[in-house]
Design a protein. Sequence first.
Length: 277
Amino acid sequence: MLAGRAIALDLAFDSKAKEPVSGAQRIIALSPHAVELLFAIGAGDRIVATTDYADYPEAAKQIPRIGGYYGIQLERVLELKPDLIVTWSGGNRAEDISRLEELGLPLFASEPKALADVADELEALGRLTALEAKATAQATQYRDRLEQLRLDNKDKAKVKVFYQLWSEPLMTVASGSWVAQILEVCGADNVFANAKGEYPQVSLEAVLQTAPEVIIQTGDAGNVQLLDWSRWPEVPAVARDRIYQLNADLLHRAGPRTIDGIAQVCTTLDQARSSAL
């Protein structure tokens, strides 16, 4: 059986990737954010397979898994006969995406880089699923909320923020990264904005030298428990009890809930501002 599947795959490699057509009914979504985008436009029930960690909304937990960061089960992809595969270079191996192209399967690359791109992705998937009306409504709502958050926070006092992406090794976010864009909307002065790379590793000594007024951590237990900030009471964020744990999925997934993540950060910084009065 395995040998037969391998032969079938080899024969199919002479094909070229097809352009997706409107009205897709059997969709493979190869990232958690793609699953959220598809559910937002009303196409969630068309997803026949996805990857690990696609857990929102609740119905997404019932979708069969065909892989993750470690790779995709290509034989299973062929068995499912998808008419649309939504790929993501940030979470899919380049060699897997190349093989899907060679198999002649219809691919759409979901690669949001800027906050505004989420609305564009909603509209693009709306066209591919013939759900334009719902997609347009969702995109408009997203753009409106994003613009309102920008307006609401553009004149607020800057707050020096250290974003603790992970504790061991200690990692943060720099200018251009997804999270850094969120911080910017809310009036944060990211203490490592100018660091090299979008997600740099930093030393504890460097963090202490920046004297952040607020420390934001993802709420993952490992991230919170492996670094005890109370050991450094000289840090303003520690002295004033301004260390906050926020929902990583809202902040790290480039989907419709990004707006909720931005609102979460802005509310947190408002709390820090009010405590300084």
